[in-house]
Structure formats: structure tokens, C-alpha cells
Design a protein around this ligand. Structure first.
Ligand SMILES: Cc1ncc(COP(=O)(O)O)c(C=O)c1O
Length: 385
């Protein structure tokens, strides 16, 4: 039977993610448009993003926070190009994005002293292998497998290398141990439902020291340069962006941060995401055709929940047919305006991915679940006919 209730907001995409509850274009009314981003008013807006982000995330006062071009990818690649090569590096990958950072280090930067520590979709590599004398690059939450690191206990406090963390689908939904992290990146388009234009780059004092004292052997485009006239460019970290930002996106980011404060700051945001995960976990528990892709419950993402279809009928299909079945399920729910964009990532094993970050309401997740049962029943019935 087709369920009656629909989610009020059918946006479950893993990026760009759902806007915050109650968002409308009116939220952008006070954007600093048609003005220089280097004007007093423009700089104040950029600094407001930095200051509110610091307060909500609990970033230590001696860490720098900068707004950089090109969303999370821009922030990560700026860090890799500026900082890597000074010592050996361990790169961890357990899904598509981590794999992309390995490609950067090996094929583009052509680093020689690289160890790639990999694991398949659903599990983590052996974190105990990470050598504190080397740099380490990893994603806090693997968005395409729904597997996150459970904590930062495996990172040594008095490490010699830098811990470089792509936290784009974790920031604002998971606790990040700042004393264990030297570089943290994220984009506005994820947990706070902002726009993708810019990346956030957080640097520890040790990362700043590396950036100030190390000149990589490869050319650096202006967009990636952390140094100016031989000195670390502090201005980037008080809102003087490297190039022109979208002040419309900046306003939207401020709106997201103010909403985050209203729902209880980081604690409130984490609670919202975890409650969404719990709603799905309850359903998975009582639903025979589905399971989490993440094998260890401690590593299950509370933002990008990836689900494997474990039913015999589905398992017997080849990958192409499995992907087609998932697409069919997605299309059914799209046509019903119940859920958009819930097929797993193209690089992941065929399955579902449901974004459950803080802007998603638990009531909407709960309303979605019976529709998943319905849609799966429909595609099975169609296949049997
Ligand atoms: C872990 C991770 N890294 C990087 C990216 C790329 O982010 P962006 O498209 O914002 O650059 C994503 C996007 O989903 C991601 O999930």
C-alpha cells in the first residue's frame, strides 16, 4: 500500500544538501551585493562567517580559519599542494573521495614517499598503521560509503607529521578533536545546507608553520598560495579572500550559521543528525531487504547514510541491473515528490544514500521510510511481472 504521509521536504541529496528548515530567498535580503568584498561592509560579512564558524565548531583561538575558492575540493587541494612533500605521507582511502586525494598525491604531485592505506566500501583501513612521523591525509566521513572514523584516538597528540582532514560531510554534525587535527576542510554546501561556492580551510599553528617555512618544488597557482612576499598570508584568515567571493553565498552561509546557533550550536546539530541516523537504524533493524553498508555500527555515518540492498532477488542481479533497479526506485520516489537524489554514488556499490545532516528533519526521515518499502515492493513486483 502506498503510504499517505510525505516528507515535508523531499531533499535528501548528499550535496548540495537540504536548506535549513524554513529557508527562503528572503534569508538573503541583507546580502552585501554590488559592493567590493574588500569594502568595510564586505569584509565584515566575511569575518562574520569566520567568527561564527569558530564559535560554533569550537575551533581553538590559535587556529586560523580562511575562506578559499572552489568548495571543499578547493580547500583540500590548496592544502595538499601547499603542504605535502615536506615529509612522507600516509593517505587513507575507503571510498571515492579519499581515493581522489591519493590520485592527487601520486599522479599529480608525483610524491615519492607515499603509503596508500586502503579499504573496501563498508569498512575502514587499519588506522593503527598510520605513522605519526609522517603526514596523514584522510576524510573524517567517507560520503560515498557512509563510513566515518569513530574518533581521533588513532592520531597521536605529539605527532611530527600534519593530520590533514577532509571533514566536509562531518563538520557541524560530528565532534572533531581539534588538538588531533592540523588541517580541516569543509564546504558550506553540506551540513548547514549552504551554497557550494567556497571552501573553508582551518589550520593549526603547526600547519601555519609548515606553510610559512616550506616551499614546494612544484608551481603553485595564485589560488593555492598561502604565502605572500615570503610571509604567511594572515589576511586570508581574517576575511581578505584570495579572489572575489560570492557575497550572495556568504549571506547564505551566515544564515545557516545563525540557524545553527538557534538549534543549540554544535551539540544541537549533532543531536539532530544522530536522531536521523537512529530513525533509519530502527527501520533497518526491522526491514529484511536492507542493511547498512558500514559494517561496524561505530563507523556508521550520521550524515551520509549508505544502505545496501541485501534481498536475494537484488543480490542475484548483475551490477548493471542492480544500478538500474536503484535508479528505478529513485525515479518512483522522485515522481511522488517523496525523495530526491537518493541513489548511491556512482563509484559506490549499487544501493541507497540518504543525507541525514542537521538540516534534515527527523519527521521527514521517518515519513520517507515506509515509502522506501513501498518503492522496493513496486520494483520487485514489476520485475516479477
Ligand atoms: C568527503 C568529500 N570530499 C570532497 C567532496 C567534494 O566537495 P565539493 O564538491 O564541495 O568540492 C565531497 C562532496 O560530496 C565529499 O563528500
Amino acid at each position: 500500500m502506498k503510504p499517505h504521509a510525505r516528507p515535508a521536504n523531499p531533499c535528501f541529496s548528499s550535496g548540495p544538501c537540504a536548506k535549513r528548515p524554513g529557508w527562503s530567498l528572503q534569508a538573503l535580503e541583507h546580502a552585501c551585493l554590488g559592493r567590493s568584498h574588500r569594502s568595510k561592509a564586505g569584509k565584515a560579512k566575511l569575518k562574520e562567517v569566520i567568527d561564527r564558524s569558530r564559535a560554533i565548531l569550537g575551533v581553538p583561538a590559535d587556529y586560523r580559519i580562511g575562506i578559499v575558492p572552489a568548495s571543499d575540493t578547493g580547500a583540500v587541494e590548496l592544502a595538499l599542494w601547499s603542504l605535502l612533500g615536506a615529509r612522507g605521507v600516509d593517505l587513507l582511502a575507503w571510498e571515492s573521495f579519499g581515493e581522489g586525494w591519493i590520485t592527487d598525491a601520486v599522479k599529480q604531485l608525483k610524491l615519492k614517499d607515499v603509503r596508500a592505506l586502503r579499504a573496501d566500501y563498508g569498512v575502514l583501513p587499519d588506522l593503527g598503521q598510520v605513522d605519526p612521523a609522517r603526514d596523514v591525509v584522510f576524510t573524517w566521513n567517507g560520503t560515498t560509503s557512509g563510513v566515518r572514523v569513530p574518533d581521533g584516538d588513532w592520531i597521536e597528540r605529539d605527532r611530527e607529521g600534519l593530520a590533514i582532514c577532509d571533514a566536509t560531510s562531518a563538520a557541524f554534525a560530528m565532534d572533531l578533536p581539534w588538538d588531533k587535527l592540523d588541517v580541516v576542510t569543509y564546504s558550506w554546501q553540506k551540513v548547514l545546507g549552504g551554497e557550494a561556492a567556497h571552501g573553508m580551510l582551518v589550520l593549526s599553528p603547526r600547519a601555519v608553520a609548515r606553510a610559512a617555512g616550506y616551499v614546494p618544488p612544484w608551481p603553485l597557482p595564485k589560488l593555492f598560495r598561502l604565502n605572500s612576499k615570503g610571509k604567511f598570508n594572515e589576511a586570508t584568515f581574517v576575511g581578505e579572500t584570495i579572489n572575489t567571493p560570492s557575497m550572495l553565498c556568504v549571506e547564505d552561509a551566515i544564515d545557516g550559521l545563525k540557524w545553527a546557533e538557534r538549534v543549540g550550536g554544535l551539540k544541537g546539530l549533532i543531536a539532530r543528525s544522530e536522531a536521523n541516523l537512529a530513525a533509519i537504524a530502527d527501520w533497518v533493524e526491522r526491514t529484511p531487504w536492507i542493511d547498512f553498508l558500514a559494517r561496524d555500527p561505530r563507523t556508521r555515518s550520521c550524515t551520509s547514510v549508505c544502505l545496501a540492498i541485501t534481498d536475494d532477488w537484488f543480490r542475484r542481479l548483475d551490477q548493471v541491473a542492480q544500478r538500474a533497479a536503484v535508479k528505478q526506485l529513485e525515479a518512483l520516489l522522485d515522481a511522488e515528490r517523496v525523495a530526491y537524489d537518493i541513489a548511491g554514488h556512482r563509484d559506490a556499490p549499487p544501493g541507497l544514500r540518504i543525507w541525514t545532516g542537521a538540516t534534515v528533519e527527523r519527521g521527514d526521515v521517518e515519513a520517507l521510510l515506509p515509502w522506501l518499502d513501498w518503492a522496493y515492493g513496486e520494483i520487485r513486483r514489476a520485475a516479477a511481472a
